[in-house]
Design a protein around this ligand. Sequence first.
Ligand code: ACO
Length: 325
Amino acid sequence: MTLRRSVIVGCGHYLPQRVLSNAELAKMVDTSDEWIVERTGIHNRHIAAEGENTSHLATKAAEMALDRAGLKPSDIDLIVLATATPDYTFPSTATQVQAALGITHGAAFDLQAVCSGFVYALTTADKFLQSGSHKRALVIGAETFSRILDWDDRGTCVLFGDGAGAVVLEAQEGKGDLTDRGILSTHLRSDGRHVEKLYVDGGPSSTKTTGLLRMEGKEVFRYAVNYLAEIIEEAFAATGLTAADVDWFVPHQANRRIIEATARKLSIDPAKVVVTVQNHGNTSAASIPLALSTAYGDGRIKQGDVVLMEAMGGGFTWGSALIRW
Ligand code: ACO
């Protein structure tokens, strides 16, 4: 029996030009390069220029993904864009990207699951493609977190950065077994009781302002490793694959310690873990496609490889995806 699969046929990313180093941050708040590197693994983050919005970053990442896929914007009939930092309260950033790419058909919408946004968006687009309603989707994670940071709060401002990543998903017929290319399994969870551990203290309905990011870092860390390990075990149980079958582990790039602790808990070989957080900090929904695009670009991820992704973010939301590239 054949099965419709969503295959990644292209990926791309974009980071704003301006790099903000730990040393520069140490001049702005009471911190040090040593503290940031030891606790997070982060060395640099990129900051969007004035007038450079989330949709601009997203469009550049999408163009690179289309180029690598050998496709034109008009080949796309669905855009799902994950962001917690949209250009406007409305319309969606996805429609701004659609317009920038010159696409006038199909559908485009935003999706909000903060740092888990890319896994949520990938899962959503996969359902559209599996149903047969759409053929090719751009799945984008794009953020300008620099705009919602409290630059006086050393506990949060050192952690985040701006960026975008994108993949092109194409519906293809598979055999229905694990040798198929494409998305093999996705798993999403949320638990809204944890809002106060990680949230932005504003919004159109509550304060009529944008607000700033607030976080209880230690608590987030504690939950992250356990939830992420659980949701990956779920993906392994659903497919019958194990840590030994994974060619590349591409986690949400929040913090090197969370990534390493999760990999260790699941007995994933450290040599298979893709880590890019040192170069761009936590870019929320953009971090997984950014890491995917980097590891594809440098020749690590190849066609046929099994790639495991996971993320956790505000809400809490968390999720995992197992794919064959
Ligand atoms: N520089 C120097 N000192 C700092 C800084 C800083 N930037 N930030 C906090 N400190 C101080 C604290 O004030 C505290 O000082 P005190 O002992 O005098 O009170 C001390 O360092 C220890 O603070 P903790 O918060 O206990 O430090 P911890 O070891 O937990 O590290 C961190 C903090 C890095 C935020 C960690 O908790 C973490 O990584 N949490 C996960 C957060 C995360 O990744 N969130 C992203 C969104 S969710 C996600 O993507 C999974």
